[in-house]
Design a binder for this molecule. Sequence first.
Ligand code: NAD
Ligand code: MG
Length: 393
Amino acid sequence: MRSVSVFGATGSVGESTYDLLIREGGPEVYRTVALTGGRNVARLAEMAVALRAEIAVTAFDDCLEPLRDALAGTGIAVAAGTQAVHDAADRPADWVMSAIVGAAGLVPGMRALRHGGKLALANKESLVTAGQVLMATAAANEATVLPVDSEHSAIFQALVGEDISAVERIILTASGGALRDWPLERLAGATMAEALAHPNWSMGARITIDSASMFNKALEVIETREFFGVDPNQIEVIIHPESIIHSMVGFRDGAVMAHLGAPDMRHPIGYALHWPHRQKLPVARLDLAALGGLTFRAPDEARFPALRLAREVMEVRGLAGAAFNAAKEVALDHFIAGGLGFMQMAAVVEATLNRVSSDCSLGNAALTLEDVLQMDHLARIKAAEAVNLVKGS
Ligand code: NAD
Ligand code: MG
């Protein structure tokens, strides 16, 4: 029986993962080691019972009592707090889903890699902040990292049987998010509710807002560079409003391989769950005649400064990704809380990168996880200062 753990089980990707595990037979087919979640302890407990997990962990200390109550008499162990989430990753599992949102997902994934096995990586922030460290850790432990972000799963599938040296370019598709058809001058006043109305994908709130600002695509460009090891100038972004082509790979003979499918995360999650095999998955089948057409347009950098910043981050590499992601998370917190405008998020990230790089050299070749975590911490402090500056400007 295969053993599995799901970090961030109660989130959007976590729910889709759970859905697949249950449909495939749940505890009859999979031995669930650890499930982690946040404040929704009722849902976490429900999942833990249905999958007969060994341990359920909430990231928040004050949620321990309700989780313990919800699981009383079940024999399922409970724990709470950041440390407990990290420790849960020390329990070996054959397949581990990394679906915590934000930089908080980095350490559990890194710890899981120490056991070898497969790490299904939805948490793109892991590659953005610590790509080199993460890939080196995977190689050293003979672990396999499988991409779950739909674009990266698409590229990964297009590369099966191919030689990476024959790749000329990688074309990441972007829906353009909720505000893609807004005139530029209205964007500054976009509200959270408006940014949350994603046209195609149902996802967690943070990544949905990141889609509207293109910070999500910016993270994905860096993720592509770190995971596939291609040169930054080989990575292109194209707006594709229908979200049917999940990404494309162009080869040196001029061929372009595209991956198409319904926008449903159960496809990339299921691919990672069964890799290298394909199994039947409960996703809608494409009706191309009903779709009629697929459209494309070039992204406008004035609307999306995040893409330009991603290019700068890739040029510096080293710790720049950690600073970029941390600043983006702080800016997003302030947009969600109110007070920071939609277009001011990019201004905060840019100011933070400038401030951090004047204090220390970001392009450090030999990186450790500790270096990354320290930069994450420092950049959050600088970003909070930048928020005040940008708000006052
Ligand atoms: P979500 O907000 O729906 O869920 C996040 C999960 O992480 C929840 O279980 C939550 O309880 C947990 N969590 C939140 N903060 C935490 C913390 N500090 N410590 C520990 N756990 C914490 O997020 P999501 O949309 O499922 O996205 C998860 C990850 O997958 C993100 O990195 C996102 O970029 C990536 N991703 C998501 C999608 C999607 O369709 N939702 C697609 C591609 C990639
Ligand atoms: Mg994606």
